[in-house]
Design a protein around this ligand. Structure first.
Ligand SMILES: Cc1ncc(C[n+]2csc(CCOP(=O)(O)OP(=O)(O)O)c2C)c(N)n1
Length: 274
């Protein structure tokens, strides 16, 4: 278990065990719950290792704006020791504090409800602005989906971050190219686009969203640049990453696994990572 945050990660650090272990945990959670949102949870695992697990200090806010990937958030907080085994086992059950989308005020690492898409960035911007005003030396992290860049609130939040010079804000976009009903590009054009975010005044870097060292090190670099400019990491990812039959398949946004699916998924993850 990783218990310290803000670790310096050498480019050669091997995250494969952790990438595999978290994927197996997420698959187990969804299988037991007989629930969907698997593909979109697998696309952001590596991004969350490179940010939430290896960067965020416990006092800092990390918002999973794409709240439908809640299982990934819970699995990461479990890895960090902020969610117990017993609590994790209640995922999706009646009366749980770990519902399908993150609910606020129950767990320290989850300060706001997320999942109504398009609201995570505006909330994160407000927190980062408050930290600036109060001179708190803290970062705010927010992980959005590429579909969320279709939302007007996202662009309003982005403009506000630039206007208020929020260089303490680290935004990540899980650019997997698929939404619930089609290709992101076909639905409203590519709004998770480097040039568009550059144009409104963000400092934008694109990374391989499954290369944890690259993600971690880029966030490190962002933190050295206290230049009054908010930061954005566009992470190119694959929906369903790690499970052969789920990769880039839209139906795995929704479909729960049957026992045969689960067995193959576990084998794939073990072969790919462990
Ligand atoms: C405001 C809002 N509208 C609709 C939904 C229902 N919904 C949940 S996930 C999803 C599609 C997600 O696609 P994308 O945002 O690209 O996320 P990804 O699946 O790639 O993580 C939709 C429409 C929602 N959660 N919030």
């Amino acid at each position: 278990m990783i218990t310290t945050t803000q670790q310096i990660i050498a480019p050669s650090t091997d995250f494969k065990q952790l990438q595999g272990r978290l994927r197996l945990k997420i698959l187990e959670m969804y299988f037991k719950a007989n629930a969907g949102h698997i593909g979109c949870s697998l696309s952001c695992v590596d991004l969350m290792i490179g940010s939430l697990i290896t960067h965020r200090k416990e006092s800092e806010v990390f918002l999973l704006s794409k709240g439908h990937a809640a299982a990934t958030l819970y699995a990461c907080l479990h890895e960090l020791g902020e969610i117990s085994d017993e609590l994790l086992n209640t995922f999706y059950k009646n009366g749980t504090t770990l519902p399908a989308h993150p609910a606020p005020n129950k767990i320290k690492g989850i300060p706001f409800a997320t999942g109504s898409l398009g609201h995570g960035l505006p909330i994160a911007v407000g927190i980062a602005h408050a930290n600036k005003i109060l001179k708190n030396n803290e970062y705010t992290y927010v992980l959005m989906s590429d579909g969320e860049t279709n939302e007007g609130t996202t662009w309003e939040g982005g403009h506000y971050a630039v206007a208020k010079q929020l260089d303490n804000l680290i935004v990540m976009i899980d650019k997997n190219g698929l939404q619930g009903f089609g290709n992101t590009a076909e639905i409203l054009g590519i709004s998770a686009d480097k040039n568009k975010w550059d144009a409104i005044g963000f400092e934008v870097v694109e990374v391989d969203g499954h290369n944890v060292s690259q993600i971690h090190n880029q966030i490190d670099l962002f933190k050295t640049r206290k230049n009054g400019i908010p930061k954005l990491l566009i992470a190119n990812t694959i929906k369903g990453k790690g499970v052969s039959y789920m990769e880039n398949k839209m139906e795995w946004h929704y479909v729960p696994m049957k026992p045969d699916h689960y067995e193959i998924a576990q084998k794939d993850v073990k072969n790919n990572y462990l």
